[in-house]
Ligand binder design. Structure first.
Ligand SMILES: Cc1cc2nc3c(=O)[nH]c(=O)nc-3n(C[C@H](O)[C@H](O)[C@H](O)COP(=O)(O)OP(=O)(O)OC[C@H]3O[C@@H](n4cnc5c(N)ncnc54)[C@H](O)[C@@H]3O)c2cc1C
Length: 310
């Protein structure tokens, strides 16, 4: 189902992100976590795409397995850096034939440290990929006459390659004008960044739903890795202080991470967020705990209306 149709059914969507495993053993473990998370009835799950197409087949296989063998609405990420038009057409065609309804269209980053010739790219920015996917869906025989629903990335703290925040908003608007139906944000740890981003989107005339990206911190090593991968992302001082007050064990770091993410989600829900996207890191535990504390029911909807006399 198109994500924009899911928004008509539910005021708040919940989604989980996975990355494709690299070995058959990891694939089985991930699949078990996905089945566990399926019980939480997420609105959709998404599967990342390795930089430069490095996981093209792995992503496709995981997406089609999840789509065909679970009841999960599955959204593949697709990046266009170092991808030819033929490669992407092939992949879009496979998704169309299998009835995948939505794609998250991204530019991606060139592989680490390598100089990159942007002039040689068929698709230089995600906005061009959005138009291409929108055009190709009906041409490649997508069963929905509208073709694919398309999501794009948003950056509440700004994207590191564009220090000019006014121009950055113009570029985000260009993705929306190219046909994007929803935005999923980069992870952030201070909700004020998200609220300001949402307000700036409104002022820029961006009216599509914005899904907030939340990552429960699970280890210090993971924090460092994410700071490197999501350049520009910031861990706020109160969070760092809370982590420093622990005994440093993995379990204590994890508890603080889950507590922080739960509080972020509670505050986002109080402020009318349209969706929350969990960066699960291919594990089910943290997301399941957050869900329980937030009061998301077995139908994947928020429990509402129980006033408990208070
Ligand atoms: C939710 C989410 C999921 C992600 N999933 C993946 C994934 O699966 N695989 C992966 O490799 N990466 C992924 N990324 C990372 C993403 O690919 C990188 O952050 C990338 O650098 C930016 O991608 P984009 O789609 O925002 O690109 P774009 O929107 O094209 O923006 C890229 C940069 O170019 C600037 N820009 C855009 N248009 C123009 C223009 N017309 N002229 C000049 N500058 C312009 C933007 O401001 C930005 O700085 C994800 C990020 C998010 C937030």
């Amino acid at each position: 189902m198109h994500i924009q149709d899911l928004f008509k059914q539910s005021p708040t969507l919940f989604s989980f992100e996975f990355f494709p495993p690299r070995s058959p053993e990891q694939a089985e473990t991930l699949y078990e976590h996905m089945v566990r998370l399926e019980k939480l009835r997420p609105s959709f799950v998404s599967v990342t795409y390795g930089a430069g197409g490095t996981t093209r087949e792995l992503t496709r296989d995981l997406v089609l397995r999840a789509q065909n063998q679970t009841g999960l609405t599955t959204v593949p990420h697709m990046t266009c850096v170092k991808q030819s038009e033929a490669e992407l057409t092939d992949l879009i065609g496979a998704y169309a034939r299998h009835g995948v309804s939505n794609i998250l269209a991204l530019r991606g980053d060139p592989p680490n440290g390598q100089p990159h010739d942007w002039g040689a790219e068929r698709f230089r920015y995600a906005s061009e990929l959005v138009s291409f996917i929108k055009e190709q869906g009906p041409k490649l025989g997508h069963p929905d006459r509208r073709g694919f629903g398309v999501g794009v990335a948003g950056f509440p703290e700004g994207h590191p390659a564009c220090p000019n925040r006014m121009l950055e908003m113009d570029y985000l608007k260009a993705k929306v004008d190219a046909g994007a139906d929803f935005i999923i944000t980069q992870m952030f740890f201070d909700n004020r960044d998200f609220y300001d981003f949402r307000d700036r989107c409104t002022l820029a005339g961006i009216r599509i739903p914005i899904i907030a990206g939340i990552m429960p911190v699970q280890s210090v090593a993971g924090m460092r890795r994410m700071a490197e991968l999501a350049l520009g992302m910031r861990y706020p001082a109160p969070m760092l202080r809370a982590l420093r007050r622990t005994d440093g064990s993995d379990e204590s770091i994890r508890r603080v991470g889950i507590h922080w993410a739960t509080e972020q989600c509670r505050d986002l829900l109080d402020h009318g967020v349209q969706g929350i996207h969990f960066y699960t890191l291919n594990k089910s535990g943290a997301t399941t705990e957050i869900y329980k504390t937030l009061g998301v029911s077995h139908s994947g909807q928020l429990l509402e209306g129980n006033d408990l006399g208070i």
